[in-house]
Ligand binder design. Structure first.
Ligand SMILES: [Fe+2]
Ligand SMILES: [Fe+2]
Length: 402
């Protein structure tokens, strides 16, 4: 292959990767795909992405084939840490100067540069970082730095760790410039949804931004484990997670319609008041009846059915015509939309593990006993099984979104 042919070939690969990213909307799904594709381009064993939030670089994603395999980094993904945008760290320097930083040996960095390699990840995980390529994620119009992607340990065909090549640097830069625009767009969309949730939050002290972010993250992780156990193709898992992550954020959107006097009532509710609370499912779903996308459909299903129970004793059930009248009949088992079954479990887990005005947070043992007892009664037993396999990830999510 001539030099020009090789260049055209690489450009077509990068365009293909960008078009895959462009089909996604959820910020976390996009970060996962961005890191995976950048590692593929550079043959990197590992990598992480930091995003600029509140003037710092917040750790947002990690992959490491040696430590975690190809199934994702589990609880390590939700590590709650950030670094300043300063010359002291490699990613901080890259964000500050907008320069690509290349390091051939992390443990022998020249004393001419201001940054140092932070050994804590290696020490914690018994990993050995050698080569590093830190690439700033700069918005397409060059206006802002969105974050930094750090690629670790380039490998040759035999799996030996080598330096990042000049070509790798060039191609990953082209890819990152485009990926940054897609990440930035998804961050703006995420913020927009969280702003809508904040309207409900002002109204309902239980529906906080942190609560909905936890429920969304729990839902995606429970789904992923369920899907991986069933060998669902990874493209399908990515697509479903991309929708579920955003739709789950809006599960209680209907609470904006409930009067404050009921939502914030300290004492027990009357039957009539409880009926009004239950109606948040139907009134919320009415916001999504004009279904024009798969996201609308999933959000509608979650909002309407996230209080259904596996045994048919939840609400609001389905609407059926009886003579001239429409009445609600119970919905049970697999009749309940799958996404709503997932969010039902995630939402109850979060309620049990959080402090509420009427109760302190339950300890893990009590929560697990309750969820185990309700498997096949309130919750889909297959989802409860997946839940118990990822409790370390669920608790890492709790720590991250406090
Ligand atoms: Fe609800
Ligand atoms: Fe909720």
């Amino acid at each position: 292959m001539s030099g020009q042919e090789r260049e055209n070939f690489m450009l077509s690969i990068i365009l293909n990767k960008i078009s895959l990213l462009n089909q996604l909307q959820d910020v976390n799904t996009i970060l996962d795909a961005t890191l995976f594709e950048a590692r593929h381009l550079t043959h990197a064993d590992a990598g992480s992405i930091f995003l600029v939030k509140k003037g710092r670089l917040e750790f947002c994603h990690v992959q490491n084939d040696t430590l975690f395999g190809t199934k994702g980094a589990g609880a390590a993904r939700y590590r709650n840490t950030s670094v300043p945008i300063s010359e002291d760290s490699i990613v901080g320097f890259s964000a500050l100067t907008r320069e690509v930083v290349t390091i051939d040996d992390a443990y022998h960095i020249s004393s001419d540069v201001p940054y140092k390699f932070n050994e804590s990840f290696d020490e914690r995980n018994c990993y050995h970082t050698t080569s590093i390529l830190a690439v700033p994620l700069v918005s397409l119009d060059n206006r802002a730095v969105v974050g930094v992607m750090q690629l670790i340990n380039a490998q040759d065909e035999q799996g030996q760790v080598i330096q990042f090549s000049e070509q790798s640097k060039m191609w990953v830069r082209v890819f990152s410039n485009n990926a940054a625009a897609i990440i930035e767009r998804s961050m703006l969309n995420h913020e927009l949804i969280l702003r809508m949730v904040k309207m409900a939050e002002l109204h309902d002290p239980e529906e906080t931004g942190a609560h909905v972010q936890r429920v969304s993250a729990y839902s995606v992780e429970i789904y992923k484990r369920w899907a991986e156990k069933r060998n669902i193709p990874s493209a399908e898992i990515i697509k479903y997670s991309d929708l579920l992550s955003r739709a789950a954020l809006l599960h209680d959107a209907g609470k904006v319609g409930i009067p404050d006097a009921i939502l914030k009532k300290p004492g027990p509710l009357t039957d009539e008041e409880f009926e009004q609370i239950k109606n948040h499912t139907v009134s919320g779903a009415a916001l999504f009846t004009n279904i024009s996308s798969e996201l609308d459909q999933m959000t509608h299903d979650i909002v309407l059915h996230h209080h259904e129970r596996w045994n048919g004793q939840g609400y609001p059930g389905r609407l059926v015509e009886v003579g001239e009248k429409s009445v609600r009949k119970p919905l049970a088992g697999k009749e309940i939309p799958f996404a709503a079954r997932i969010v039902a479990l995630a939402d109850v887990f979060d309620a049990l593990s959080s402090e509420r005005c009427y109760k302190p947070p339950w300890d893990n043992k009590k929560i697990y006993n309750e969820i185990c007892k309700d498997s096949g009664v309130y919750f889909d037993p297959e989802l409860v099984e997946a839940f118990f396999e990822i409790t370390d990830i669920l608790h890492a999510i709790q720590e991250k979104f406090t």
